[in-house]
Design a protein around this ligand. Sequence first.
Ligand code: S3P
Length: 429
Amino acid sequence: MKSLKLQKKVKGLSGVIEIPGDKSISHRSVMFGSIAYGETRVTNFLPGDDCLSTISCFRKLGVTIDESENGLRIVGKGFEGLKEPHEVLDVGNSGTTIRLLLGILAGRPFFSSLIGDSSIGKRPMTRVTVPLSEMGAQIDGRENGAYTPIAIRGGGLTPLHYQLPVASAQVKSAILLAGLQADGETTVVEPAETRDHTERMIRKFGGLIQKDQLIIKVKGGQKLKAASIHVPGDISSAAFFLVAGAIVPDSEIILKNVGLNPTRTGIIDVMKSMGAAMEIIQHDDCSFEPTGDIVINTSSLQGTVIEGDLIPKLIDEIPIIALLATQAEGKTVIKDAEELKVKETNRIDTVVNELKTLGANIEATDDGMIIYGKSNLRGGTVSSHGDHRIGMMLAIASLLCDGEVLLENPEAISVSYPNFFSHLNNLIQ
Ligand code: S3P
């Protein structure tokens, strides 16, 4: 395990960043390209480790996927074109890969086995294996199907009417992907709105899906047709530079081509409510996912409360929002966010412990955290704990630190943002 000496206390950040492709949409572009009929082309695909795991799994399922400078070319032959894999499907660190893939495999009449890294081995799978088993898939795994390794033999699915017990786009998507293969109409009811990239992809690939607020219905037996996908920049990656621009003195950063899907823009709402000096230039295109450019300047920030239905719209941004809150006046409370405990790490623990090491006044609660601002951050030895978003949050924190910051396990960052440090270094004045 490597460690990296981070840049401490900088004078300002300025410049323009082209935000890399969205991770959630990149995964789905490979999956939908593989289950549709025809040649799908994908541009601005995110070549992060997680999305590369998705490509590798679909190649093992017999799909031709070519990678070139111009993007991806995926030759789909429908769900029926997927073949029984000879090898174990390794999802690496990627929760989206394993949960959505299980939804696809639930309808396939063959045997597959799935593993991932040690973090995946701790993440709950019953949230997908229970509803997919109810639809008729045979699934087993460690601790009665709760954890990897998981084995699945699919086929012969019946439709399901399912009330999601947690607000999770991965679970919703797994059921919809299985529903596309079931004999009848499947309904998913969400407790709160989560990212809707799967629903948009189904439409983009020529499928029909109905959405009435929190109720989503999809019919089985639809044939999806290949599409051309341009993946927008990932707002979850942009988030690190949005916060950096707001908290580092004398900064102005322009973030280009950021995905602005309203199910993902919770961070923008929160930053604006805290007083961030931010301008959004919405693109006037007919893309299937809205995009825009964002200009962020150093800001004077106030604490806030983040809770309820807003949580799924910014769940991946909570680590960097916690850092933002250390630089706001007053108290910030994050609640209703128990889901943080089952991410790549327990993000309540990793955020609170690592920020405390750097001198933040922050405490964990059962369903979130409380941050008291404004704190002077000092140096120290911190770790990503193998979690990309914790690693990037700490790299941004170091820009304010008085002392040296040593980051253990920085390689984890390549899961979602392989060129993060080169983008950051280009901004430093
Ligand atoms: C994702 C959904 C979210 C998010 C993850 C990506 C997706 O997970 O945290 O990074 O692509 O559907 P949950 O569905 O577990 O909330």
